[in-house]
Design a protein around this ligand. Sequence first.
Ligand code: HEM
Length: 430
Amino acid sequence: MPVKSLLDEFKQITRAVGNDAHRFTEQVTILFQDLLLAHPQKAFQALRVVKPVLVYRDAAIVTRFHDVVEVLTHDREFTVDMYGPPMQKITGDFILGLNQGPAYERGSSLLRLAFRQSDAPRVADLAAETAGRLVAEVLPSGRVDVVRDICDRVPAALVAQYLGVAGPDEPTLIEWSRVLFAEMFVNLTHDGVIAEQAAVATAGIQPHVDALVAGRRAALAGGEPARDTVLDRLLRQQALGSQALTDAEIRSNLIGLLVGMIPTISKASALAVDALLDRPMEWAAACSAARAGDHPLFARYVDEAMRLSPQTAGLIRRTVTDYRIARGTHHETLVPAGTYVFAATQSAMLDGSVVTDPTEFRIDRPASDYLHYGAGLHTCFGRFLNRLVIPAIVKAVLSIEGVRRQPGAAGELAIDGNFPTSMVLTFPRL
Ligand code: HEM
């Protein structure tokens, strides 16, 4: 859609909703979601040129690289206040819903001691083993649904084995995580159906996690050896010191982490496989990197696939003070206090003034070109794991001899709302 039509649509919304700021935000969000689904790259490209920081009433869209980073790194002005209400209902306090301050510092520090950067290689091995086992299971059939059979199941297994939070069964755990993610991060328009599904999932997951915490506490008290899981480590922190997370906080954090893990890793991996399938040369080169055991090179292919097919179009913040974005440039823009700001990371990663040949698939980019995991205070907590785990999943799929899309619609990546639901690949049976 040309930028003129986009701006015309904004004007129409203005006329239709009058002075109702809440309805305006809703309408713009709906418009923006539709545009993103239909032609995201075109919409962003137009905005980057014509109106890099578009502010209207209490909504703003920021599309250039430096401005997106400015928003995400100015956490005192651009807060995460809007995550608070849905999170309170689902998890209670969780770091992504907390602004900079003592509560954030305490939560993130205690969590980092239990969810450690040094675990990443072990967790990636677990991901590779699980993905390898799941691939081996489908080999006799000559067919795999990448989303259902692999991408959803690997992070669910990691949640069970690394966090220590198995579901009542795996499909329920996956479903809970999707529904809760949708309510916390996608349901900006307060869709009642999503909210209701989230209420049901919350009513299921909270007592389930409480029971797991109580069960592990009793087992440890009874002399059972500690498991090497985030849950057992958090319980051990309690035994060691008064600063530790309470049981209610452990529940909040475990739910927050699993919601952050399953839908995101699944979607990012499925999108990366899809993007590589569309590029036979890069697919072949990635396969040879995999065969050669060159993990860093393989990870570059995955990073680039993720940049061109990102897991999210952007991140939302709310200003608590008037702020001038891009001060001193020709597009310096005042964003008033109380504005909902959409920092379009997808657009930033395609900004040709920073990213060389932005629409080309290149594996020689500096790490700083990638904003998959956000920037600033709330940069993804799982990033150290993701950088190893997502390539491990993608590699397991690529390594299936003779794998290709099933002809027809089933072979395309199907997305329902925010999440991939299916993509069928076929290969010669073993
Ligand atoms: C092990 C898996 C993951 C875990 C445990 C996890 C957890 C988290 C947590 C706790 C935060 C908030 C950090 C903070 O407030 O300090 C966060 C932020 C974020 N995560 Fe992840 N995440 C995971 C996977 C992913 C994946 C696969 C992606 C994308 C491909 C992703 C993208 C992001 C982004 C963009 C943010 C910033 C959100 C914002 O600033 O609004 N995460 N993640």
